[in-house]
Design a binder for this molecule. Structure first.
Ligand code: NDP
Length: 338
């Protein structure tokens, strides 16, 4: 059973040397009478929150945190090999929380759902039809409360979450601008995801001036993915009653000390609503999300770009790449295709 092991706790930016690929000699079996599920992992998801699980100390996030010498874990799509649980049977395809290894023994509680719609790529359940998709949906519609004609700004706009927020904004009739870190991503934003405008934040020396250029009247909704300097510039460019769903702040995850934000007082007179959220609080909306999205995928009204890494052994490179923007679209690792 090939596995990706954390070799040591991580401080600062993670690198490939923080992980090892090992071949475990332990044969996984479903114990007699167990109600766990033995699965074969097919597609694994690389997600920014996984950085917090690599740290030692207060940043650790409870039971999901990684331990040096043990396989790392995350969301994935898998096939049921053997099941002791009545809800799952051999051959079922499931989406849930698994380990970075070829085969895993998981509890039924780790499985989010059994996959019923297999006429879309299965890897989509790590992205558009999985956790990042639900993040874009809940963050934009539930927290952003968008209305037709409003102005929307999205950071990390070409990523797993951002590419969907832009498309949802267009479906709602909003004007939407995205920022990303390369020319290739900026082209995707404008030509593939339908963003009205897009810019490379690394080439904009004065983000405040850039935002004033794209939003002369101000921003109604800022979908926050990066934090830091971008958030500070946005705070000076908001309309009255603007909303900021705080989805993530990836620019801060690898810093030992968080950057300060100077313009918070701008929230007051503009009566801005700024709210953090965690996607798992919204999983009850998943059936509604599928109803909204599946027809749009099939009709080509919503598209999704994935960055596919082949093989578990290429997992660490793919995972650390999301913290330097190497991924173009949703970063997926293929362990096996069936
Ligand atoms: P992405 O697919 O967008 O990958 C991360 C991207 O972030 C990189 O490609 C890079 O793109 C950008 N990035 C990396 N470092 C920086 C930096 N220092 N400054 C600005 N941009 C940077 O990831 P996701 O779409 O999966 O996640 C986007 C955000 O959503 C993250 O902050 C994540 O933590 C958050 N999230 C929150 C959830 C919740 O429940 N609240 C659930 C899921 C995600 P570029 O080339 O453009 O710099």
């Amino acid at each position: 059973n090939k596995q990706v092991i954390l070799s040591n706790y991580v401080t600062g930016f993670p690198t490939e040397s923080d992980f090892n690929i090992v071949e475990s000699t332990i044969t996984l079996e479903l114990p007699e009478g167990s109600n766990d599920v033995l699965i074969k992992n097919l597609y694994l998801s690389c997600d920014p929150y996984m950085r917090s699980l690599m740290s030692e100390g207060p940043a650790r996030k409870g039971s999901l945190s990684y331990t040096p010498g043990s396989p790392i874990g995350g969301y994935g799509v898998a096939k049921v090999i053997e099941s002791g649980h009545p809800n799952y049977k051999k051959g079922d395809i499931v989406w849930g929380f698994t380990k970075w290894e070829e085969y895993s023994l998981v509890s039924a509680a780790q499985i989010v759902t059994k996959i019923e719609n297999s006429d879309v790529p299965l890897s989509y359940y790590t992205g558009i039809l999985g956790m990042p998709g639900m993040t874009a949906y809940a963050g934009f519609f539930e927290l952003g409360s968008p209305k037709k004609g409003e102005t929307v700004f999205v950071s990390a706009a070409s990523g797993a979450v951002g590419q969907l927020v832009g498309q949802f904004a267009k479906l709602t009739g909003c004007y939407v601008v995205g920022s990303a870190g390369t020319k290739e991503k900026v082209d995707l934003l404008k030509n593939k995801f339908g963003y009205d405008e897009a810019f490379n934040y690394k080439e904009e020396p004065d983000l405040d001036a850039t935002l004033k250029r794209y939003f002369p009247e101000g921003i109604d909704i800022y979908f926050e993915n990066v934090g830091g300097k971008t958030l500070d510039a946005v705070l000076s460019n908001l309309k009255v009653h603007a909303r900021i769903p705080i989805c993530g702040m990836i620019s801060q995850y690898n810093l030992t000390e968080q950057e300060g934000v100077k313009n918070l007082s701008k929230l007051i007179y503009n009566r801005v609503r700024l709210q953090g959220f965690i996607v798992s609080d919204y999983y009850h909306l998943y059936p509604k999300y599928l109803e909204f999205l599946l027809p749009k995928i099939k009709e080509g009204k919503v598209v999704y770009v994935e960055d596919i890494a082949e093989g578990l052994e290429n997992g660490p490179t793919a995972l650390v790449g999301i913290f330097s923007g190497r991924n173009v679209g949703k970063q997926v690792v293929v362990v096996a295709r069936e």
